[in-house]
Design a protein. Structure first.
Length: 356
């Protein structure tokens, strides 16, 4: 009997041991996520993806500034390189398709660069409410929660450039070589530039020339920019503002090679500090009329990642670039005038007249 009971107990213990071995150990509770969910798609930061659709990302001006913003934002978030990409668009009919590529690849934020992409971006945002869109230079008439128009007071930095040009000019003739007037920010730059120059010299002659071609060509034509800059020089212009992407770069580089560059003839860049992006223009480049696209992109991507994305219009900063090698040439009186003018533009006591 004792032997029988012992055998029974052994069998019971054996079965219990087998049951315990078959049951998995309890998993520890997941640690609380201290990072906010990102944007409308609520992706983890490691899965966060940013795409950019625009023109040439090496244009050394507008699109490059936006792409540098994407890179800076991605690096700040610790994203791997495969999580941020760009698509260069050569033909306007491809805008929607290129945006759709990032939608199909489930990117969290899509940056579209330039006024011409506005309609395609709006349509994509309306059809994809879980994806966040940043439209650079795309003014939003109506607020769409997942679309932020990154816009700037280009007339302000243009006005400052005009004050600088009007003050430096000895001939009483200055010029602007511009992209198309079909793009409102380009018009804003020019109208601000003209008004700023006339604020210091009401009699100054401002030669403003817009590219005559289609939008797709207007910012990609350095030969026209160079030829038009030469015409302005021949008409006596001694300060020339190049505001038209690669087209404007052609103007700057033409001026840099002319006799008297940096002594009696000067040029002013656009969008970014072109001292850094167009070194060939440095012999004449006294400053640039900037809109700070790169930090604007960084701000909006971070807001997207923090689930605090602002639909509607989002204003980035506008300013003049440093004078670099021309720092000592610019008088303290002119520097003070520029600072006073900038303060007046910000508080509204100085109006550029743009849009009136």
């Amino acid at each position: 009997m004792r032997f029988s009971r012992l055998m029974t107990l052994c069998a019971v213990f054996t079965m219990l041991a087998l049951l315990l071995a078959a049951c998995p150990a309890p998993m520890p509770a997941p640690a609380a996520d201290t990072k906010a969910e990102s944007g409308a798609g609520a992706a983890e930061t490691s899965d966060f993806k940013i795409g950019l659709v625009g023109g040439r990302v090496n244009d050394r001006s507008f699109t490059q500034s936006a792409w540098e913003g994407v890179i800076a934002a991605a690096e700040g978030l610790g994203l791997p390189e495969e999580n941020y990409k760009f698509i260069e668009t050569q033909d306007a009919k491809d805008y929607a398709d290129n945006i759709q590529q990032f939608i199909d690849a489930e990117f969290n934020v899509i940056v579209s660069v330039g006024f011409p992409l506005g309609d395609a971006t709006t349509e994509a945002a309306q059809g994809n409410p879980d994806i966040l869109f940043i439209g650079v230079d795309q003014f939003q008439v109506e607020t769409i929660p997942n679309l932020a128009g990154l816009i700037f007071n280009e007339d302000h930095s243009g006005y400052l450039a005009g004050v600088l040009a009007g003050s430096l000019s000895k001939t009483g003739v200055i010029a602007a070589i511009l992209g198309t007037d079909l793009v409102p920010p380009v018009v804003a730059f020019n109208e601000g530039y003209t008004a700023g120059a006339k604020s210091v010299n009401p009699d100054i002659n401002v030669i403003s020339t817009y590219h005559p071609g289609e939008i797709s060509q207007a910012f990609e034509d350095p030969e026209w920019g160079a030829a038009t800059a030469k015409q302005a020089l021949d008409q006596g212009a001694d300060v020339i503002f190049g505001a038209g992407g690669i087209t404007g770069n052609g103007a700057l580089q033409e001026i840099a090679t002319t006799e008297g560059a940096g002594e009696t003839v000067f040029c002013i860049g656009v969008d970014t500090d072109q001292w850094n992006t167009v070194p060939a223009a440095q012999p004449c480049l006294v400053s640039s009329a900037m809109k700070l696209i790169t930090p604007g992109i960084v701000d909006l991507v971070n807001l997207a990642n923090d689930d605090a994305f602002p639909g509607g219009n989002y204003f980035g900063d506008a300013d003049l670039a440093p004078f670099h090698d021309f720092e000592n040439m610019i008088s303290q009186e002119l520097k003070d005038l520029l600072e006073t003018t900038k303060a007046g533009l910000i508080d509204g006591s100085i109006a550029t007249g743009y849009g009136n």
